[in-house]
Design a protein around this ligand. Structure first.
Ligand SMILES: Cc1cn([C@H]2C[C@H](O)[C@@H](COP(=O)(O)OP(=O)(O)OP(=O)(O)O)O2)c(=O)[nH]c1=O
Length: 204
């Protein structure tokens, strides 16, 4: 039997995720889901990121057939808990003060839901350690004025001007930007192999 090339949908409004998935040269469409991302401190951070990734993918998958839907959620975690995206400049300032001179974790939950029959869902996460240099209040203020921090977890962008604050990372770089491609490809391979599908050589 010939293998089927699946339809892939990225359930995300993030231009970073779109750019990263484009890098793999797999055709895909984008659909944006609205879910409640209020931080819940009573569950482990990994589980929180995985749950949000699943909810983002599921909100789109429930109205689609014969599609593979990808959802992701990125959070920053330190010893005090989870940092999501800052709501305003003051919160961005507080987040960057909190990360200054320390190591934190960036966790991206990834969900891949197949609505081909038999339906299937995989959820996983990737963790990267990031060391931020000691920042003065002036460093933080200047950075906030660039406008970059506001739609980023932890109020910085490693792929942008925030790179000047990153001393080192340990783990997957793309995970920090919002989509761990190595993990995603393994999940896509798993889910397409469980049915008779292929996305060309990348997923074979
Ligand atoms: C730490 C860090 C995060 N980010 C981004 C990745 C994510 O887009 C964002 C975290 O917010 P998310 O809620 O994961 O994603 P989003 O709201 O941008 O998009 P959607 O929910 O529609 O998929 O922070 C960077 O771009 N660079 C970084 O260095």
């Amino acid at each position: 039997m010939d293998s089927v090339v699946p339809r892939i949908v990225l359930a995300s409004s993030s231009p970073r995720r779109k750019m990263l998935l484009h890098q793999l040269d797999i055709p895909f469409d984008i659909r944006v889901s609205e879910i409640d991302e209020t931080i819940q401190g009573d569950i482990p951070a990994e589980e929180f990121a995985r749950r949000l990734a699943f909810e983002k993918a599921e909100a789109i998958a429930r109205s689609l057939t014969d599609t593979i839907v990808i959802g992701a959620d990125t959070i920053v975690v330190d010893e005090r808990g989870i940092l999501g995206k800052p709501q305003h400049e003051q919160e961005a300032f507080q987040m960057l003060q909190r990360l200054s001179g320390k190591v934190h974790r960036v966790i991206t939950g990834v969900a891949v839901i197949s609505t081909y029959l038999p339906q299937n869902a995989l959820v996983n996460h990737e963790t990267t350690q990031v060391k931020i240099a000691a920042l003065s209040d002036r460093d933080i203020q200047c950075y906030i004025h660039t406008g970059e921090p506001l739609d980023k977890a932890g109020a910085y962008a490693i792929q942008g001007k925030g790179a000047m604050f990153v001393e080192w990372i340990h783990g997957c770089y793309n995970n920090v930007v919002g989509l761990p491609l190595f993990l995603l490809i393994r999940m896509l391979k798993n889910i397409t192999h469980s049915t008779n599908m292929s996305c060309g050589h990348l997923l074979s």
